[in-house]
Design a protein. Structure first.
Length: 256
């Protein structure tokens, strides 16, 4: 594909066994596309799924997907390759599969589902915003700053969200049974954390300030094993589960 060109899979079922390469754009807007062979190497533009499905299977070699954009449909990586998009933007649809994704640029998530046995690592920062629900059913790690805002909640239904950089929640985080929220880099929050029975929220490092408006409702487990957690004035902590402090400091000045 040449610069400025778009390869649009708009309908039907397509099995791709040859090479897809060049500086153009790959768009899946309604077709069912299975890449079972050949080399996928998008070097100058993006891979964009708006509908239908795009699946990379074990026979395909994935060298470069460019920036990834998912607004609808299903994008599945089962190639056995290490997938390294330059950025990831998801506003809908489902990102899934067994491959591990490492995003060098910004990961922007405003809606849809991340699932599968693979992992997603956001090395360039993580932004979650908007009014739509974001459903996490895989392990997601953010090495840069993670910012959550908007009325649409982040629902962690399985797997975990691990933060090694700052975690700033001004929206809603819902940690469901069998899942975990791990925060090791500090941050400032005015939003809501809900941790249900069978799940846990863990503070492992940095300074975590829960300021005016922040509400932490825990029927599961809250664990502090490092760093500092400050539940400041006009924050609220609703505990019916378990609080464990095995390291670090937990200071509660808010409404208990």
């Amino acid at each position: 594909m040449e610069t400025g060109a778009t390869l649009d899979f708009a309908g039907g079922t397509q099995t791709v066994t040859g090479n897809v390469s060049g500086p153009g754009t790959v768009l899946v807007s309604g077709a069912t596309v299975d890449m079972t062979g050949g080399t996928y190497n998008i070097t100058g533009s993006s891979t964009h799924v708006t509908g239908g499905s795009l699946t990379f299977n074990s026979g395909a070699t994935v060298l470069s997907v460019g920036p990834l954009s998912l607004t609808g449909g299903t994008l599945t990586f089962n190639s056995g390759e290490a997938i390294q998009p330059t950025s990831l933007t998801q506003s809908g649809g489902t990102l899934t599969g067994s491959d591990n994704l490492t995003v060098s640029g910004v990961t922007t998530w405003t809606g849809g589902t991340m699932s599968g046995t693979g992992t997603t690592t956001a090395n360039g920062g993580l932004t979650l915003s908007g009014s739509n629900t974001k459903t996490l059913s895989r392990d997601l790690t953010s090495a840069g700053t993670a910012n959550i805002s908007g009325t649409g909640p982040l629902q962690i239904t399985s797997g975990s969200l691990t933060r090694t950089g700052a975690f700033n929640n001004d929206g809603t985080v819902d940690v469901q049974a069998g899942s975990s929220l791990l925060m090791n880099g500090g941050g400032t929050s005015t939003g809501t954390f809900t941790v249900v029975t069978g799940s846990n929220i863990e503070f492992g490092g940095g300074t975590n300030d829960l300021n005016t408006g922040a509400t932490v409702t825990v029927s599961g487990t809250l664990l502090v094993n490092g760093g500092t957690v400050n539940m400041n004035t006009s924050s609220a902590y609703r505990l019916t589960g378990t609080t464990l402090v095995t390291g670090g400091t937990l200071t509660a000045l808010g409404d208990l």
